[in-house]
Design a protein around this ligand. Structure first.
Ligand code: NCD
Length: 455
């Protein structure tokens, strides 16, 4: 039975902005003397379940727990676990999260896996990276580093560079940057731009406004392509459609966040001429006070001679991971309290069940992977207007639900038909298309205006 009181960190959205700031202050205290806290979590055990390679994330979690006085059990290689025999994640965490361990840290190759673990484990679950979805504790380390370096996050100009499509660190980081009022310049490797579902969220939930960016002042990494975008965290009333782009000159940069090509998630795509940051790049006037960030591991994206530049903070990000993770675990284990309230929607419960209707369109989502065997397709209603937008409750990929039906009568209506509006939320079954509804055995009964509300 799920422990409804527990808090998990699956997405960076699971922490309120004020809570994150409080955690920074706790991390500062832990950092003052890392060896002073061995009584705080005495008697507790953390399990790390890492089904993908890791150096920093797993070892910093384990170090953090040992410094808090707790114990650590670890599965660092899926080949040594029952996953290799076909055991489901749900079964694994049901067993490990209980008498074996009081808190779980999971790394998994499938998008949305951490939400599955949070759902089935009785103890708090921390997402150590699930597929290309999110990596919220890396974001805590990134924000904490930037906050310490710059003294604030609001109004900062942050350049995100490289593989923005598959980097889970980027996805969590840009939601948080938008929330803290930082501006984002994206410098993707062509074909590896921020995914649409991330851009939609930035626009809808954070009122982020987009413009084309000119970053010609960054020699080397900007390359010859011109796909830079400027994403401004703005007030909702300033919200503009992404199609109305006005050019923005980027002349001050506070941070350049490089990422490696996430080759393990590519399907054979070439990454020739991948962006590379050199000391030459850092001579640009706009980069004078920039901090160079990277979640690591670095492959070739940052030249080694940049390491000695005082503006390089990537090893600091990794170092601050220990006190930051100490603060997070002490909080989730109830050993320190935060004064701030949790976010309005703490996602320990799932959303509406799509039943016979929708299927997540993300082929890497756990609901289309190992979860086919046991997960129901759960979605959250993100936007009930024209047409309704539903997001997969695990990986958050969005679909437009243009048809809505009712299970009892097997009838389906276009979302804007008068009959559809009369349906109670809990009896609705959603479909993307008429064909999907027909395939599920529903009859189309009410069509409504064909083109109304098309976005
Ligand atoms: C990142 C990851 O695993 O997503 N590494 C990390 O946790 N610091 C980044 C990466 O692998 O490129």
């Amino acid at each position: 039975m799920a422990n409804l009181q527990k808090r998990d960190l699956v997405s960076i959205d699971d922490l309120a902005t004020a809570e994150i700031l409080e955690l920074f202050h706790h991390a500062d205290e832990f950092r003052d003397n890392l060896r002073n806290w061995s009584q705080l979590c005495g008697g507790t055990i953390m399990a790390t379940l890492f089904f993908e390679p890791s150096t920093r994330t797993r070892l910093s979690f384990e170090s953090a727990m040992l410094r808090l006085g707790g114990g650590v059990i670890t599965a660092a290689d899926e080949k040594t676990t029952s996953r290799s025999k076909g055991e489901s994640l749900a079964d694994t965490v049901r067993v490990v999260g209980g008498s074996y361990a009081d808190i779980l840290v999971l790394r998994h190759p499938e998008d949305g896996a951490a939400r599955v673990a949070a759902r089935y484990a009785r103890v708090p679950v921390i997402n150590g990276g699930d597929g290309a979805h999110e990596h919220p504790t890396q974001t805590l380390c990134d924000l904490y580093t930037l906050w310490k370096e710059k003294g604030r996050l609001e109004g900062l100009e942050v350049v995100l560079c490289g593989d923005l499509r598959y980097s889970r660190t980027i996805h969590s980081f840009c939601y948080a940057l938008a929330r803290f009022g930082a501006n984002i310049v994206t410098l993707p490797y062509p074909g590896f731009e921020l995914p649409d579902y991330v851009l939609h969220r930035l626009r809808r939930d954070f009122g982020v406004q987009a413009a084309a960016a000119s970053v010609a002042d960054l020699p080397g990494i900007a390359g010859s392509h011109n796909a830079a975008a400027y994403l401004t965290a703005s007030k909702p009333h300033q919200l503009a459609l992404f199609t109305n782009l006005t050019a923005h000159e980027v002349n001050r940069i506070d941070a350049i966040y490089m990422t490696r090509a996430q080759r393990e998630r590519h399907s054979g795509e070439e990454t020739k001429n991948y962006p590379r940051l050199s000391s030459h790049t850092l001579r640009a006037a706009a980069a004078k006070d920039a901090r160079v960030m990277h979640p690591l591991p670095r492959v070739d994206e940052i030249d080694y001679d940049v390491d000695d530049d005082p503006r390089s903070v990537y090893f600091r990000q990794a170092e601050l991971g220990v006190p930051m993770r100490m603060a997070l675990m002490a909080f989730l284990l109830g050993r320190i309290q935060l004064r701030s309230s949790p976010p309005a929607l703490v996602s320990t419960t799932l959303g509406i069940q799509a039943g016979a209707g929708l299927r997540c369109r993300n082929e890497r989502c756990i609901t289309n992977g190992e979860g086919v065997r046991y997960l129901t397709r759960d979605f959250r209603l993100r936007d009930s207007e024209s047409p309704p937008i539903l997001a997969c409750a695990y990986c958050e990929r969005e679909v437009e639900a243009r048809f809505v039906g009712v299970a009892g009568s097997q009838q389906v209506f276009r979302y804007n038909a008068p009959e559809a509006r009369r349906l109670r939320t809990e009896e609705r079954v959603w479909f993307e298309s008429e064909a999907q509804a027909l395939a599920a055995g529903f009859q189309v009964a009410g069509r409504g205006p064909e083109n109304a509300g098309t976005v």
